[in-house]
Design a protein around this ligand. Structure first.
Ligand SMILES: NC(=O)c1ccc[n+]([C@@H]2O[C@H](COP(=O)([O-])OP(=O)(O)OC[C@H]3O[C@@H](n4cnc5c(N)ncnc54)[C@H](O)[C@@H]3O)[C@@H](O)[C@H]2O)c1
Length: 347
C-alpha cells in the first residue's frame, strides 16, 4: 500500500490526482491540505480522509510515503524541496518550476535525498500518443521531417475553481502564460514522440485578448507561436493559445518522408495516417482529456507503479527539465527577438 497526501485541493487535484488515487487499489489517501480550509474540508469529506492544517504538518507525518504537489506554479519548487527533504516521493504538477535554477535544485535534491520526483506531463501517457510513438519508431511515415503541434482552449478562467481569482493571469503566481502552461505539454510530447531533444527555439508571444478585472491586459502571454529545432535537425512549430473560443485543439501532426500522421486532429479517429502513395490508415484508440471532459489520464497509475516497483519514474524530473529548458529558451527568444539555443541558458 502506498500512503499519499495531496497538497492543494484545487481543480487538477479534484479532477485528476484525487479520483485517480482513489481508484487505485494500492493507494490510501492519508490526507489533504489547502490554504483554503473550506476547500480542503470539502475534498476530505468526499475522499474520506483527513485535513492537515498546512503542508508542513502533512510533511511531518511519517505515515505518508508520497505527495502530489497541486498548487500554483510559483510554489512548486519550494514545496517539492521541503517534501523531498522530509523523505517523501514527489509528483509535482507542471510546469516543473518557474526558473532554470529552481528546476536544477529540484533535481539535485531528489538525487541527494534518494527520493523519486515525477512531473505531471500527462499527455505522453495517452494510448494514442504511445501508439503514435510506436508507429514513428516503426518508420510508418518514414523519416520525420517536420511537425506542428497545437494546444489551444478558451482559457484557464473556464477551468479555475475560484472564478474570482484566476491566478493563471497573475504574473507573481503563475510566472508564465500560455507558452509555458500549455507549451510545456507539447514540448514534452514532441521530445517523447520523436525521441529527440530540442536544441533551439524561436518564439513570439503576445497578450492579445485576456483582461484582468480592471480591464487591463493580463501580466502574462495568452498566445504563443514557437519554432523548435531539434538536435537531429528537424524543425517544427508549437502553437498555444488561451483564446481559441471554439472546441479545444490538442492536435499534433508529424510529417515524414513517407506520409503524415495526424494525431487527435479528427474527432472520429485518434490517429490518421496519410501515406505518400495515397493509402489512408485510421486508428480509433481514445480521446484526449479536455478541460470539460476528463478521463483517467494514467498519470497516477504510472506514478504509483514506479513507487511500488521502486523504479525511477517514467516522467522523471530530468526529462521534465529538458522540456522546461526548451520553454525557457522559447521565452527568452520571445523576450529578445532572437533564436535562443537551449545550451546557452545553462547556469
Ligand atoms: N497536467 C495538467 O494537464 C494540468 C492541468 C491544469 C493545471 N495543472 C497545474 O496544476 C497546478 C494547479 O492548478 P489548478 O488548476 O489545480 O489550480 P487551482 O487554483 O484550482 O488549485 C490550486 C490549489 O492550491 C491551493 N494552495 C495554494 N498554495 C497552497 C499551499 N501553500 N498549501 C496548500 N494549498 C495551497 C489553492 O488554495 C488551490 O486550492 C498548476 O501548476 C497548473 O499548471 C496541470
Amino acid at each position: 500500500m502506498v500512503n499519499v497526501g495531496v497538497i492543494g485541493c484545487g481543480k487538477i487535484a479534484q479532477v485528476r490526482h484525487l479520483p485517480e488515487y482513489e481508484a487505485h487499489p494500492s493507494v490510501k489517501i492519508v490526507g489533504v491540505c489547502d490554504t483554503e480550509k473550506n476547500r480542503a474540508e470539502e475534498v476530505a469529506e468526499k475522499y474520506h480522509t483527513r485535513v492537515y492544517a498546512s503542508y508542513e504538518e502533512m510533511l511531518s507525518d511519517d505515515n505518508i510515503d508520497a505527495v502530489s504537489v497541486c498548487t500554483a506554479n510559483y510554489s512548486h519548487c519550494q514545496i517539492t524541496l521541503k517534501a523531498l527533504e522530509a523523505g517523501k516521493h514527489v509528483l509535482c504538477e507542471k510546469p516543473m518550476a518557474i526558473t532554470y535554477e529552481e528546476c536544477k535544485k529540484m533535481l539535485e535534491t531528489a538525487e541527494r535525498t534518494g527520493k523519486f520526483l515525477m512531473i505531471g506531463h500527462n499527455q505522453r501517457l495517452t494510448d494514442t500518443h504511445r501508439k503514435a510513438k510506436e508507429l514513428v519508431q516503426k518508420g510508418e511515415i518514414g523519416k520525420i521531417i517536420t511537425f506542428k503541434s497545437t494546444f489551444g482552449h478558451a482559457g484557464p478562467e473556464n477551468w479555475a475553481v475560484d472564478k474570482n481569482n484566476i491566478w493563471f493571469f497573475d504574473k507573481a503566481a503563475a510566472s508564465f502564460g500560455a507558452m509555458a502552461d500549455l507549451g510545456v505539454h507539447k514540448t514534452d510530447l514532441i521530445q517523447f514522440l520523436l525521441s529527440e531533444k530540442i536544441k533551439e527555439a524561436f518564439a513570439v508571444t503576445g497578450t492579445l485578448d485576456k483582461k484582468d478585472k480592471q480591464g487591463n491586459s493580463i501580466g502574462v502571454d495568452d498566445n504563443a507561436i514557437c519554432i523548435y529545432k531539434l538536435e537531429n535537425g528537424i524543425i517544427g512549430n508549437i502553437n498555444v493559445s488561451w483564446s481559441y473560443y471554439g472546441e479545444e485543439d490538442n492536435s499534433t501532426i508529424l510529417y515524414g518522408t513517407e506520409g503524415c500522421m495526424k494525431i487527435y486532429d479528427n474527432p472520429d479517429y485518434s490517429i490518421v495516417i496519410e501515406k505518400r502513395d495515397g493509402e489512408k490508415i485510421f486508428y480509433i484508440i481514445d480521446r484526449i482529456q479536455t478541460n470539460d471532459q476528463q478521463s483517467n489520464s494514467g498519470l497516477i497509475d504510472c506514478w504509483v507503479s514506479c513507487l511500488e516497483k521502486e523504479v525511477p519514474p517514467e516522467i522523471s524530473g530530468e526529462e521534465a527539465f529538458e522540456a522546461m529548458k526548451a520553454v525557457f529558451a522559447a521565452l527568452e527568444s520571445a523576450r529578445t527577438g532572437r533564436r535562443v539555443s537551449v545550451d546557452e541558458l545553462e547556469v
